[in-house]
Write a protein that binds this ligand. Sequence first.
Ligand code: ZN
Ligand code: ZN
Length: 254
Amino acid sequence: MRLVVLASGSSGNAALIESGGRAVLLDVGLSARETLRRVAASGAGDARIEAILLTHEHVDHVRGARVLARRLGIPVMATAGTLRAAAACLSDVPETIAVGRRDRFSVAGMKVTSFATAHDAAESAGFAFESRRGHRVAVATDTGVVTPEVADALAGAHAIGLESNHDLRMLDAGPYPPFLKRRIAGERGHLSNDDAAAALAALAWAGLAHVFALHLSEQNNTPDAARVALARSLNGGGTALETVGRNEIMGCSL
Ligand SMILES: [Zn+2]
Ligand SMILES: [Zn+2]
């Protein structure tokens, strides 16, 4: 099983989750062409992409979904609220499939569990994936807080992608207008380094092999600040920790 982060941040988000040669794209916030270029560059170009799963309708998550779904002839899956809110960007896709926010379903041979995220979108969700061999990958971004439900979904994962959007001091001292600062730091905004670190401290376990810090703000965070915050929660155990920049491709195999 592989988790490959193809892009992360407010300029575009996309990840590929693959198991046994079958794969699903989690968000397509880049153009279709750039997404496929990065899939090939990641070494996962031989995987058969069977569906696109969207977390929510914001453009940094759906930008290339329509063109890519049409080009590959694959369905777009998301909550009913996300499908409705993104309808204008999903016209003429081969198929849309609504999933629940607390649902279990199968895609590309993997078992998927959905969970509600706390974000200023219609019906945002995150997803955890389990391979036939029992490996687990979970990704949670665009959530203002880690609710017990989010924490539950991430517990026991072997690889976690977790939002580490901003450093609160940098956000506070930075140039954003007050309404935007409140939105980002709010309960339906984005997760701070400190909140990500607190969540991770409770999620660390012996089987957690990889953590990817995602959706880092260019303006209100640095890879170092995110890394230092999250590393404390891992206590120097055997977990590999990576921060993913907007133009970086990073992945792991389980
Ligand atoms: Zn986003
Ligand atoms: Zn968003």
